[in-house]
Design a protein around this ligand. Sequence first.
Ligand code: FCB
Length: 444
Amino acid sequence: MTNGTYQFPKDFLWGVSTSAYQIEGAYNEDGKGASIWDQFVKIPGKIIDSTNGNIACDHYHRYESDIELLHQLGIQIYRFSVAWSRILPAGIGKPNQKGIDFYHRLLDNLLRYNIQPMLTMYHWDLPEALFQKGGFTSPEYNDWFLEYANTLITAFSDKVNYIVTYNQPFSIAFGGYYNQKRAPGICDLDLAIKAMANLLSSHGKCVKMFKELSRKNIGIILNLMQIESASTSQPDYESARLQDGIINRIFIDPLFKGSFPGDVLRYFTKQNADITPLLAIDPKELMQKGDFMGINYYTRRVIQNTADQDWAAKEVHLENAVYSDGGREVYPEGLYNQIQRISRLEPKLPLFITENGADYRDDTLEDYQRIAYHQSHIKIIARLCRENVNLKGYLLWTLMDNFEWENGYCGKYGLFSIAKNLDRVAKHSAKWYKKLIRENSIEL
Ligand code: FCB
């Protein structure tokens, strides 16, 4: 560190993250099967602007120029996800060569520019055919995922540096099967618990399969949130603790300790939910966390107890806090706490920030608020690096404005905005990020 500038380690990787359904479009082209998101967007009222990902950013046809943009920014690592139903239209069975070819072309283009690929196997778009057979709650789910994973490993692992099994298991299980915000939009705690159990066991089995094939660099991505109590009152404190349990500890504990948090299990039981699917998993399988971990961090939630004691409780907004247009508090200190929390559990485990970003909805290209958000979080990264936390890289969410799930095209996190004719238009943040990557440093 000199003159208030922090120089990042030479091998620290700067990147961006994207996901298939949010950018690819071509939802029914070249043999792709339908996914649960292709279905979910058709339900009235689910997407705030009633849009869908049918065309999205048309990345499926524009991947070459998009990778050119990555290259111009100086991106060193690029995280993308594979659409399961492009590879296996029915979820299992006969692979679709055209789908496999698309990701080969994508990977070849990245490698041509020396951009390290990080491949996410699952970012929320389960093949609809598998959902019809029970999806994440089916006893056969583990076998389906392993078949898909094996297809990906066989096809792509020579070209890929890092493979992620799941993006945000919390969102898959609870967003999809409890709070109804995400596909498949079900509200049933028993099913959410079953889904969670299947996510954890299939992840563990996949890591084991990877090791048996002598492959390295497989991991999982957790979305960790800073959860705090709105006051020092016991009920607020307990609500906040429970929420931290369900969002954060319910995945941290099994992966690092091989068990589930007792307070969360007691709460589920009090709700008459069946926790046996969780208890049935072999602790050794639970602890197969892999070779690295990705952490998605966006915000802090301040929690007040509500009379009905639902775990979701009530999020309160503080008077002196700053919020993005998407309603999330800008709270960089939470990133510090959550990374330290994981690092303390296993200091040697390589960590990546695999998503971090802010939803500012105006159409200005002078997006200084977005830049300020990233700057404040990257300063935290500098502090963590100085404290010798094993942080390998920062992947910003996201390259370009895209289909932001239930927020449709209203949610905007991109370095590039998308014009009506789908041209990519650089925001100021794109120029800022390019400079930061080139200098590999930040003013403190
Ligand atoms: C994360 C998702 C990602 C994106 C950002 C804003 O939770 O993983 O796909 O929507 O939120």
